[in-house]
Structure formats: C-alpha cells, structure tokens
Ligand binder design. Structure first.
Ligand SMILES: [Zn+2]
Ligand SMILES: [Zn+2]
Length: 258
C-alpha cells in the first residue's frame, strides 16, 4: 500500500517550516497533516500554540483546486486538564478529519525539556502514564493516541522497567478500546528514540484484549522524515497478526489493508 502517514507537521505548526506543497510532491494519494494545538506551550515561550484554522483551510482549498481532494485535516491536541475547556472551545464549529491526542507536558515542563533527565525514570513513568490515562478519560472524542512514550523519550527504558507499569498501561488501552481510539505506532519514537520493544509490548497487550485499531505516524516535521521506517512498523504489526490500519475521514474510521 501507499504510505499512509497519519502524523506529520507543516509550517502551520511552530516547530516546522515545511510546506504542504512539498509533502504533496513527495507523496501519492491521501496526505494527512496533523498540526499542533498546545495551550501554555513550553516550546513556544509558554504561549498558546493555536493553529490558524482559517489560513490552514484556505491553503488546503487552494492546493486542492489543482490536486483534487488529497488532503485530510488533522489536529494534534496537546492535552492537559487545565486546558480542556480551551481545547473544546477551539474545536467548536471547526471540521477536522482526524484528532490525535497527545500529552506533551505536566503544566510545569514539557517532557523533552532537559529538567526531565534529572528525575528518576520510575517516577517519570508513574506520572506520565497517569496523565495519559486522565487524558483518555477526559477526551473520548480523540481518534488516535499519539506517542504513548513521549514522556520517556529522554530515557533508555528497558522492557522490564516498562512492564512494571502494566496496570496503568492496560487501563489506558482498555479505555481506548471502549472509546474506539487507535494506538499510534510513532515511527520516530520507535526507530529514532529506540522504543520499538515498548511499542511491541503495547501492540501485544492491545491485541490480546481485542483492540483492533492501529495507526502509523512518522511525526515528520519535514519531508525528510515522511513515512519514516514504515516498512518496519508494518512488519511489526503483521508479526502480531494485525492486517489493517485505521485511517480517518471526517473522523470516521476506514480500515485499510497493510
Ligand atoms: Zn507530539
Ligand atoms: Zn506531532
């Protein structure tokens, strides 16, 4: 199948300078862009990172005038309980094809900030996975849970250390299954931050409890990372007898064979 990358950013996110036109050039078929919404964003001087929906929609409409309908609108919602009302207010009256749910921060720092490295990994996991569970409980309208390992990207976590948090992790997956939320294979987390074993464990737990929704996303911020290691991610899913991924159009899941 064509690469169906369901997590990537353009210059409509503050941490990317890539254009949609460039992604269109290097891809075939449907292109999904998932731009940031992060209130009180530690990577934006603690300002609110808010997608300019009108400019985004106008650019897409302009490109699609020549390309035909190829682009799906997506939003990566950076969730905190404190920003929940602002998130819901932002979404009011806007149309997106896919909503990613992410936890990037705990209200005091983003989990990629150097301060995190000074902390004890067990404690960071305890806190971060707790926040993921809260996010899933508060935001059932999400379609995909992104990078469940974002909070521990700065650590080398062994599978044994990870498995000690099985109770909360399986509670997250159970809630995802109930709310029909797909588990993202974030290929940069897997093959750049080296967390492929943790992803395999989550796939195994999810499949065992009957979870059937999976998505693959590179989290590219430039065309260079688009579709990053997709062959490896697909092979990993097939190893666990997963034969389809969930892709979204107007927030409805369509299952595509891999
Ligand atoms: Zn993210
Ligand atoms: Zn992202």
């Amino acid at each position: 199948m064509k690469r169906y990358d369901q997590h990537m950013h353009t210059h409509f996110s503050p941490d990317s300078e890539e254009t949609l036109a460039n992604y269109l050039k290097i891809s075939q078929g449907t292109l999904v862009t998932t731009e940031h919404l992060d209130f009180h964003d530690f990577y934006n001087n603690e300002q609110d990172t808010v997608l300019d929906y009108d400019a985004y929609s106008a650019t897409i409409a302009q490109l699609e005038a020549t390309s035909g309908r190829r682009i799906r609108k997506g939003l990566e919602v950076g969730f905190t309980v404190e920003s929940k009302e602002k998130i819901l207010a932002y979404l009011e009256g806007k149309e997106f094809d896919v909503l990613l749910l992410s936890v990037h921060q705990n209200g005091r720092y983003d989990y990629l900030q150097p301060v995190v490295k000074k902390k004890e990994v067990r404690q960071v996991m305890h806190e971060y996975f707790g926040l993921l569970l809260i996010a899933i409980q508060h935001f059932p309208q999400a379609n995909i849970l992104s990078h469940f390992d974002y909070g521990i990207r700065l650590f080398d976590v062994t599978l044994e250390e990870f498995q000690k948090h099985k109770t909360v992790l399986t509670a997250i997956l159970k809630r995802m299954k109930t709310n029909k939320i797909a588990l993202e294979l974030n290929t940069r987390s897997m093959y750049e931050y080296g967390n492929v074993a943790l992803y395999e464990q989550m796939i195994e737990w999810y499949v065992t409890m009957g979870g059937q929704r999976f998505s693959i996303g590179s989290d590219a911020h430039s065309v260079a990372h688009y579709g990053f290691h997709f062959k490896d991610a697909i092979a990993l899913l097939k190893k666990h007898c997963v034969t389809k991924i969930a892709v979204y159009d107007q927030q409805h899941a369509i299952f595509k064979p891999i």
